[in-house]
Design a protein around this ligand. Structure first.
Ligand code: SF4
Length: 163
């Protein structure tokens, strides 16, 4: 979905978004019921924790300071084992949908150096023309995907009033 902005090879060499230390484990992708069913086929040993009314995340034991939880769906050689069926969170990352003062906003994860290096105008144009409507529409049907606003994430777009 984001290949107009990021090269596949850039993402393949990074995979930062598939690893979580104890400070950002809250960013783990939410799995819808359908995505969890797919994940259970691929990694039957994984465990899940409910997050919201119809969403789950992988269970993570307490991490040490220098330890990372690697998403069980990550294959070191080929990337995400779910391919194009990966969670919505992952399909739109480093964009995120959050809620601030009762209104949805699209933010960007500052940890994604490749995206943060792009001209902001390019990123905003892409978001407005190609992705924002998809994100807001998905969130309308899957409210669990909307996270509380985190002030470390720059806001790129507010949900239009008329949406
Ligand atoms: S589901 Fe796939 S893309 Fe998402 S964090 Fe896990 S391995 Fe990465």
């Amino acid at each position: 979905m984001l290949t107009k902005l990021l090269r596949r090879s850039t993402c393949a060499a990074c995979r930062q978004c598939c690893r979580f230390d104890r400070y950002d484990v809250w960013e783990m992708p939410l799995l819808s019921r359908e995505t969890r069913a797919l994940a259970q086929e691929v990694v039957p040993e994984a465990e899940y924790v409910s997050r919201g009314t119809d969403a789950w995340i992988f269970r993570v034991r307490a991490l040490d300071a220098d330890e990372c939880f690697v998403c069980p769906l990550l294959d070191a050689n080929t990337g995400c084992r779910l391919g194009s069926e990966k969670p919505f969170d992952c399909r739109i990352w480093p964009f995120c949908i959050m809620e601030l003062d009762g209104r949805q906003v699209i933010t960007i994860a500052p940890i994604c150096e490749a995206m943060m290096a792009l001209p902001m105008g390019t990123v905003l144009s892409f978001l407005k023309e190609e992705l924002a409507d998809t994100i807001f529409t998905y969130a309308a049907g899957h409210p669990d995907v909307v996270r509380p606003y985190d002030s470390l994430y720059p806001i790129l777009l507010w949900k239009p009033q008329e949406f």
